[in-house]
Design a protein around this ligand. Structure first.
Ligand SMILES: [Zn+2]
Ligand SMILES: [Zn+2]
Length: 373
């Protein structure tokens, strides 16, 4: 398997703490790959970049960012090379940075006039990957719930492929397709109701939007657990052997589309479009965060807002919490419907994944899994 190969080539037995050259090596490789991908985007913008995003790029800033990534990859590569016996991580980062530079670096001009039309959307994948990593990886490294869990834990590559799959052409699940989808508000909105809701204070509107979304999500999510045909799709989300921010991306396309659609359509009857967009931002961040390997908990907040420990119990394979905690924002929705489970003592689950069920490995086999069983 590819993941095993990667672990063999890049891994070693040395410690991975700060000062061991491990983090500088990882950062060098990460920055190098991002810079290389970005320069390739500059060369083939028509094919690779999303038409929806092009008008919003402040190109001088983007070029500066690419430059910074190249410099970062080289500097971290040098540091890692000095600190660590196995040089391959740092060399990989420097190799990609060098390739990006040889291809013209940040100053590659964009000559053709770009037109709308199908594109792969590599730009969105790279940008979102960088942003999400910047937000979530530091908190997982500094305050982990499971300190022994590596960033490159078992099946991490599968989850990266899931992340990739929701960012490339069939962007049905990605945020960007949801934005045009909110255009539907024109047809679905109940005018009197939308106007009345629109006059409420912003915070009240937002709270109501999250509440309506979570109630719909609760119903759909519970159906995914109880209807055997639907469970086949949702089992994939539950098959990650460990949780971190990237594990949250593991989800079957059918699961994503039904959940997102089932949440958005009721919202479109009630809320103005900008409130739905605000909610989409919120759910992206909140849902990703609740999958994080992030230990700190605010005791008094736990009954009101879902924190990572709560959603982790939804993912456990331990019998006591199976089919519990369906809500994704408000834990009291589960209390209301009798599906709440959260040990008082601050305990986290011991095991994750499927209970009594085997899932094939890898993105493609999992995508086919619901249909071939
Ligand atoms: Zn579930
Ligand atoms: Zn989850």
């Amino acid at each position: 398997m590819l993941e095993q190969k990667i672990n063999e080539v890049f891994g070693d037995q040395e410690p991975t703490g700060f000062g061991s050259g491990w983090w500088s090596g990882v950062l060098s490789a990460f920055f190098g790959v991002l810079a290389f991908g970005a320069v390739v985007c500059l060369h083939f913008p028509q094919l690779l970049t999303s038409p929806e995003l092009r008008p919003y790029y402040p190109m001088p800033v983007i070029r500066l960012l690419i430059q910074a990534l190249i410099v970062g990859a080289i500097l971290f590569g040098v540091v890692s090379g000095m600190l660590r016996r196995k040089k391959v991580l740092g060399l990989t980062g420097m190799g990609f940075a060098l390739a990006a530079t040889l291809l013209g670096g940040a100053s590659v001009p964009i000559n053709d006039t770009l037109t709308e039309g199908p594109a792969i959307g590599l730009d969105w994948f790279l940008l979102d990957m960088l942003l999400m990593t910047l937000i979530f990886s530091p908190i997982e490294v500094i305050w982990p719930a499971y300190p022994k869990q590596s960033v490159f834990r078992n099946e991490w590559l599968t989850d990266i492929v899931y992340f990739l799959s929701t960012h490339l052409p069939i962007q049905i699940t990605s945020f960007l397709i949801l934005l045009p989808a909110t255009q539907l508000t024109k047809y679905l909105a109940i005018p009197g109701l939308v106007d009345a809701v629109g006059r409420l204070p912003w915070l009240v509107q937002f709270f109501l939007a999250v509440l309506v979304a979570d109630l719909s999500e609760y119903a759909i999510h519970r159906a995914f657990h109880t209807v055997p045909f639907l469970w086949r799709f949702h089992a994939i989300h539950h098959s990650s052997p460990a949780l971190d921010w990237i594990a949250g991306s593991r989800s079957h396309l059918v699961d994503d589309v039904l959940v997102r659609g089932g949440m958005l359509i009721p919202m479109m009857f009630i809320f103005p479009r900008d409130m739905i967009v605000a909610y989409l931002f919120f759910v992206t961040i909140h849902a990703t965060w609740t999958h994080c390997n992030f230990g700190p908990t605010v005791k008094w907040l736990e009954p009101y807002l879902i924190l990572p420990r709560y959603h982790h119990w939804h993912h456990t394979s331990q019998k006591e919490a199976i089919d519990k905690n369906f809500a994704i924002h408000f834990p009291w929705i589960d209390k209301l419907f009798g599906t709440h489970y959260l040990p008082e003592d601050g305990k986290w689950p011991d095991t994750y994944g499927l209970h009594n069920e085997k899932m094939p490995a890898g993105f493609w086999r999992q995508t086919l899994y619901p249909f071939v069983r």
